[in-house]
Design a protein around this ligand. Structure first.
Ligand SMILES: [Zn+2]
Length: 415
């Protein structure tokens, strides 16, 4: 097994090319893609031997791209961009193909939050109901949190590799802009449906402002429909206004406004993201907003999902998980944070350590004496018994356990 710590390399019609080059020059590489598709039927990833297959896809506009072979993500090295956790370790598995359809010409997502509303039929947007614990076996649409987790997982922002650099917002933005497959959300191209707040620099300030203006111009009334869209950014501050709150985002001067009722609901649904303890640990909160344009041109959030992350953008389900993720990082462990998407009751490990074979699991036990919590803990312990990997447990009333890697060392190559 050859470890893949250098840039990802792909074999395409007998030629070895760097994935980064392919992504940047997909037009130039089109003849190579076409040959590989016709003659071999797939591309190969060189992260391991034997080389895992990659599927070659082509949009209707003729843009080629490669993606992990469905169901074979586990075969890639954990540091490979095509590595995926086993399906039962991700909330992604809970959606039907109506909700997320991965086709030859791209990924089609049905978002539960409508991106248009009819002006002829009076209609008010009601945000998705709060969790009832009664969850369908296979979801037919994706909620805002599900979409946020999908985006994070697609570009591997839930993966920590000690040999890679510390991600910043610039890294998150670049990966989300460059590494997603072609995506359509509710029949709209993702570039049109989703605005990702660009990192601020004095040199790009004017370009960023122009991009936000162009985005805002596409909202509002178009014929008999009112258009909404999505904004992804990092909440820096929530401040009160006469009608509710203003969300101030990092890297962007223009705030998003929301009614008090929406914010109250968001703080209940995403209490860890809006909680006070997280900030003490240097955590950040990432939010995906559905926005409208007010008659005066303000951006109004009509729904949102918020996600707590470490300062390096690894998602965490509580401030204790932030502490654990930071401790794993300090111990130079390679790990993945499994994401639950819209499924609140999914039984997933808190973290999966990928630098041992088989993978090990980390559990953080935060609250005692709640019946549901104790039941979940028992469910999880049964889950690990079935998986067979090592389990590291942390009861937060106790000091952190030893986290340094002791056995099962994977060969590492020089960076
Ligand atoms: Zn690979």
């Amino acid at each position: 097994m050859a470890p893949a710590t250098g840039p990802a390399r792909i074999q395409l019609a007998g030629r070895t090319v760097q994935l980064a080059w392919l992504r940047e020059h997909s037009t130039k590489a089109a003849p190579l893609f076409a040959r590989a598709r016709a003659e071999v039927g797939h591309a190969s990833c060189l992260c391991r031997r034997p080389a895992p297959r990659l599927v070659i896809r082509c949009t209707r506009a003729g843009r080629y791209h490669v993606a992990g072979w469905p169901g074979e993500g586990e075969q890639h090295d954990p540091t490979c961009p095509f590595h995926k956790l086993a399906p039962h370790l991700s909330g992604r598995d809970r959606y039907s193909t109506q909700a997320i359809k991965e086709a030859d010409d791209g990924v089609f997502i049905r978002l539960a939050t409508p991106l248009t509303s009819s002006l002829t039929r009076p209609q008010t947007h009601t945000p998705a109901p709060e969790k009832t614990g009664d969850e369908p076996a296979s979801r037919r649409s994706v909620g805002l949190l599900g979409l946020l987790h999908w985006l994070w997982e697609q570009v591997q922002l839930n993966i920590w590799n000690p040999q890679a650099g510390r991600p910043t917002w610039r890294t998150c933005h670049a990966r989300l802009r460059q590494q997603l497959p072609p995506v359509t959300i509710n029949d709209r191209n993702i570039d049109e449906a989703l605005y990702i707040v660009p990192p601020f620099t004095p040199a790009t300030a004017d370009t960023n402002t122009a991009a936000l203006h162009a985005f805002r111009a596409r909202l509002g009334r178009h014929g008999t429909t009112e258009r909404r869209a999505l904004i992804l950014g990092q909440i820096r501050e929530v401040s009160p206004t006469p009608y509710g709150v203003a969300y101030r985002l990092a890297h962007q001067r223009t705030p998003l406004y929301a009614r008090a009722a929406l914010h109250a609901r968001a703080t209940r649904s995403y209490r860890h993201a809006f909680g006070k303890t997280a900030a003490e640990h240097g955590a950040t909160r990432i939010a995906l907003f559905a926005v409208e344009r007010s008659p005066k041109g303000h951006l109004i959030a009509v729904d949102l999902a918020a996600m707590l992350t470490t300062s390096t953008y690894i998602p965490a389900d509580s401030s204790y998980e932030v502490v654990m993720a930071d401790a794993l990082t300090a111990s130079r462990r390679a790990f993945i944070k499994p994401l639950r998407y819209d499924t609140a009751d999914a039984v997933l490990p808190d973290f999966v350590l990928t630098d041992t074979t088989p993978a090990a699991y980390v559990e953080v036990y935060g609250i005692h004496g709640r019946e549901t919590y104790d039941r979940r803990k028992a469910e999880k312990q049964a889950f690990y018994q079935r998986q067979g990997g090592q389990l590291i447990e942390w009861d937060v009333t106790q000091p952190l356990p030893a986290l340094a890697r002791t056995s099962g060392r994977r060969p590492q190559s020089a960076v």
